[in-house]
Design a protein around this ligand. Structure first.
Ligand SMILES: Nc1ncnc2c1ncn2[C@@H]1O[C@H](COP(=O)(O)OP(=O)(O)OP(=O)(O)O)[C@@H](O)[C@H]1O
Length: 689
């Protein structure tokens, strides 16, 4: 519907009392503008005066703070927009670019081809097979202009179309626009080149957010007694500058009425043409970026192999020094087939003494135990990081221990004798405890080997085995194996974190790339809906997820044979749910942040948090009470517990821990999706859904 102008003619665009500020600075200041239908409107003004902001307000990409915009068109497809930045996909050829936008506007191949041919001639475009990224700045601008003209819109908004263009070609472009207006097209062109705007039917001279004059170029010049537009603009600017000094600061009239402002309709929420255009674009991107896609598939495989090969196995070959005072110094009596020395007053026991040899023999099963002749050397070896610990066995160890075992503590004649005997049976361990895990594992190894030794000793002395062991029996475990492997319980946290990370990385990376080159906004202005962008992305993402997950699951459960007790379909559904949390988070942060650096930090921060809270490094049972109580609210953490219950305990969806993982994922997908829509709507005034 075309708006009636006071003069009786018709207007395609009307801005009434337009005011827009960023912070304290007014970018548009009570601006009134009328663009007659079927004319070229040249919007002139120095850099930073607000031309681009004004075009964005007309398009509805940015809302006015007050005032309103009226348009003579209602549909987005009636508008052609050429943004100041190129806003084209660098990986595309010119032909693919035309086809992408043609599809988006529902044009068939024949129509796209015919129109592209015409535009190629007028705009002197390079070979259609040329990639956009390989074109010069001027050539890219011409392709960008051709895209805006492709679907023969009724209203054209061109933001500096002739920058960097040869003067001859620039004239051709103006003539072409002039020609188009004869067919009823209305054109708004912003330009820095004041004289070039003489070819416009109407010009608006803009300065500091205000429109100083709006008339035909001839009238503008005659009203200022100027021979050139440049001169006229200079005079108007001088007068405006003088007025600014005298003006008291006026508060903008807040009469923004959304009902009066025109909103371009995008058509239906989902169109197969637009969805297909976006999908083909994603496929072309993948085809042109096989290295990235290859890495996205190779990385999970590589990480899975690295995890299986390096993570959670009990350390072997830990070097430990043993100093046994009861062994004669110099030659090692335990070597050469353990030629044990006999001690006379020990009888009934079949383990030869000194016992240090048997203990050493047992230690050698799980460590690299090395005999040292004295404590000073052993200590020096710990300081030099040659060994993780040294054990000191006292001089009378064998005799004192045998007496205590066979004759009992009551056989000691006095308390002093008992204390001396107990001192002689104590093995001192001096450890390098700088590594917590090594410390715990070594401690466990020493205690276990000593327990084995005591069992052997009491048995060899004719006592029942239990006499030498702690009165605790570890029966067959309810879940897991008798000798649990750390990697088995670490795997769920690792896999879930990586699922989240890979999808987050791909989603944020691909969206950010579209956003930074202005492609996303250009597509949205052209009528693409955010819903179509999301669905086209999800199709590609799902394909990648299936491939990545298949690789990882084969590595873990087929090649490395990790235990798997549960339902495969349930596990795959859980992994998909986690991946979609990553996708939703990717959409959220790319909408939230406008710089790729911030997005990168958010990806790293979120992944590390998920990794830490996933229980790989430490179980949540050991976390701070507040964190433990709130862990259910974090994304992915409940899913890790769910994963463990499915694979290591064989539980199904009826189990609450398993169910909680799914509930958590779906809740986060919902929260992040709603968050994305809110941020999207707040930042732009596009209709999203
Ligand atoms: N999102 C934003 N946040 C804050 N300030 C903004 C934003 N967008 C534009 N501005 C400011 O608004 C003013 C007008 O910008 P605009 O891009 O419209 O200028 P312009 O007339 O198009 O300039 P040029 O010809 O150089 O492109 C500038 O001072 C700019 O910094």
């Amino acid at each position: 519907m075309v708006v009636d102008m006071d003069s009786g003619t018709t207007a395609m665009v009307q801005v009434v009392g337009g005011h827009k500020a960023y912070g304290q600075d007014a970018v548009l200041n009570n601006l009134n503008m009328t663009v007659p239908s079927g004319k070229i409107y040249g919007l002139l003004g120095p850099s930073g005066c607000g031309k681009t902001v004004l075009l964005n307000c007309i398009l509805g990409c940015r809302p006015l703070d007050s005032g309103f915009v009226k348009l003579g068109v209602t549909k987005k497809s009636d508008v052609g927009y050429m943004p100041q930045e190129i806003g084209l996909f660098e990986e595309f050829t010119i032909k693919e670019t035309f086809l992408f936008y043609g599809r988006m506007f529902g044009m068939d191949f024949k129509a796209v081809k015919a129109r592209s041919k015409e535009l190629t001639h007028v705009l002197d475009l390079p070979d259609w097979r040329s990639r956009i990224g390989g074109l010069s700045g001027g050539e890219q601008r011409r392709v960008s202009l051709a895209v805006a003209l492709l679907h023969e819109p009724k209203l054209l908004l061109l933001d500096e179309p002739t920058v960097g263009v040869d003067p001859l070609l620039s004239r051709n472009i103006w003539e072409f626009l002039e020609q188009s207006t004869k067919g009823g097209v209305t054109v708004i062109v912003t330009t820095h080149y004041v004289e070039e705007a003489r070819m416009a039917h109407v010009i608006g001279l803009m300065r500091e957010g205000e429109l100083l004059i709006e008339d035909s170029p001839e009238n503008v010049m005659s009203s200022q007694n100027a021979d050139t537009l440049e001169e006229a603009f200079l005079q108007l600017s001088k007068r405006h500058q003088a007025n600014i000094g005298n003006r008291t600061k006026e508060e903008p009239k807040k009469h923004h009425d959304p009902k009066q402002s025109a909103v371009l309709q995008r058509g239906q929420l989902f169109s197969w043409d637009r969805f297909f255009a976006q999908l083909v674009k994603n496929f072309i991107w993948m085809k042109r970026n096989t290295t990235i896609i290859g890495l996205l598939l190779l990385l999970p495989a590589m990480q899975s192999f690295l995890f299986c090969l390096s993570f959670g196995h009990n350390p072997t070959n830990i070097r430990v020094a043993v100093v046994a005072d009861e062994l004669s110094s110099g030659a090692n009596p335990c070597v050469d087939g353990l030629e044990y020395v006999n001690v006379e007053d020990v009888d009934n026991c079949t383990i030869p003494t000194p016992f240090s040899c048997h203990l050493l023999h047992l230690l050698e099963r799980s460590t690299d135990a090395v005999m040292y002749s004295n404590s000073d050397d052993a200590k020096a070896a710990v300081y030099a990081n040659s060994v993780w610990a040294y054990l000191h066995i006292p001089r009378n160890f064998s005799v004192a221990l045998t007496e205590l075992v066979i004759r009992g503590i009551n056989a000691q004649e006095s308390d002093e004798d008992l204390a001396a005997a107990l001192e002689q049976v104590s093995i001192d361990v001096h450890m390098d405890s700088s590594n917590y895990i090594m410390n715990q594992l070594l401690r466990m190894t020493i205690v276990n080997r000593f327990a084995d030794f005591m069992k052997d000793l009491v048995k060899s002395c004719g006592f029942p085995e239990q006499y030498g062991s702690a009165p605790v029996r570890f029966m067959d475990p309810v879940f897991g194996s008798k000798d649990p492997v750390f990697a088995h319980s670490g795997l769920p946290g690792f896999l879930c974190s990586f699922c989240f990370f890979f999808t987050l990385l791909f989603t944020s990376g691909s969206l950010m790339m579209e956003k930074l080159v202005g492609l996303l906004d250009r597509s949205l202005v052209a009528g693409m809906t955010y819903f179509e962008v999301v669905t086209a992305h999800l199709v590609i993402q799902c394909g990648l997820i299936v491939l990545q997950k298949s690789i990882m699951l084969v590595v873990f459960y087929v090649i490395f044979d990790h235990p798997f007790l549960g339902n495969t379909a349930l596990l795959i559904s859980l992994l998909f749910a986690i991946e979609f949390v990553g996708v939703a988070f990717g959409f959220f942060i790319t909408e939230m942040f406008s710089s790729d650096r911030l997005v990168t930090y958010a990806v790293i921060g979120a992944t590390l948090s998920v990794f830490v809270l996933g229980g790989i490094i430490w179980p949540m049972e050991g976390a701070h009470a507040i964190l433990r109580e709130t862990a259910w609210a974090f994304p992915v953490s409940p899913a890790v517990e769910s994963y463990k219950s499915i694979t290591l305990r064989g539980h199904g969806l009826a189990n609450f821990i398993v169910l909680k993982g799914f509930i958590s994922c779906f809740s986060w997908i919902l929260i992040l999706s709603l968050g994305t829509v809110v941020v999207f709507k707040t930042k732009r005034s596009f209709q999203v859904l």
